[in-house]
Design a binder for this molecule. Sequence first.
Ligand SMILES: [Mg+2]
Length: 366
Amino acid sequence: MEHQQPIRRKIIHIDMDAFYASVEQRDNPEYRGKALVVGGLPEGRGGVVATASYEARKFGVRSAMSSKQALQLCPHAIFVRPRFAAYKEASQKIREIFSRYTDLIEPLSLDEAYLDVTEDKLGIGSAMDIAKEIKQAIKEELNLTASAGVSVNKFVAKIASDMQKPDGLTFIGPSSVERFIEKLPVEKFYGVGKVTAQKMMNKGLFTGADLKKLSLAEMTANFGKTGAFYYNIVRGIDNRAVQPHRETKSMGAEDTFPYDLTTIDEMHAELDKIAQLVHDRLLKYQLKGRTVTLKIKYADFKQITRSYSHPERLNDLQLIARTAKDLLAVTDLEDARIRLLGITLSNFTPIEPKQKQSSPQLDLFE
Ligand SMILES: [Mg+2]
């Protein structure tokens, strides 16, 4: 990971536009042109927004915001629960379209994937032409729109796909990659979290060009392993390969509260909200896990985690929430002031091992 030479690939990052909401608008004509929110209902206690239609986004509605807040911002919005079976079906058809061009497909979720088209199956050669064809096929065959970013590596392709949404197509060629990253604000860097971005800005580092002034040793000293990674990124180097069988090890969500929680009712209400987020993510990534982990950070920043492993893999909302509450119940909450709660699911591998490893082709028929 230290000083590297760049590997030039042809990478496309495809991201569906407002995916869940677009599928709902496609399947239910009465929702078309309307502010639509897919996710938890605002009447429920822990409802959160999974996806909002562009009509709702105009009012400031965003993913992961509470449905109550979404209703306040956009009182005329229509709220519907997600239909994951429909999204999964659309997602499989989209992947089938990708597979006409390449087998090097790395799905990041139901609505997002990296494609390596350095050598495409049809011998088209131009990654831009392939991206255009894929967008066209998605439109014609599925009646949905996607945005695509085309570049020489994953990092830039992913940022590019977000630049002209919806229905966007953005190309950042080899000669403009470095200049593009130099101009990029650190908070737009994919993978830089809010905390790290803030830390960078506190040090007067606002753009890729600012980061580029630091040596590898300085980047590592300030930002650890991530620092070493971004040392290369700002030089246009991201040699990560597109991995068709990407393994996710854990998936979770957490929330830091504006004020410390002191009552069990407040904690339960927050756990319901967080469980809903975790649940939606599990469905989005089609994962089930055995182990539920509860993370608690107290007002004095002391942090503990407690885990429980179920005999079977699960993605059931009620069970995740209940397990988290049970784990909370066995911690010492006497006089506790809690500033953060988190729930993580892990242990995604089925208990019967090795089935998949022995014949990776199985995936093609899933
Ligand atoms: Mg998307």
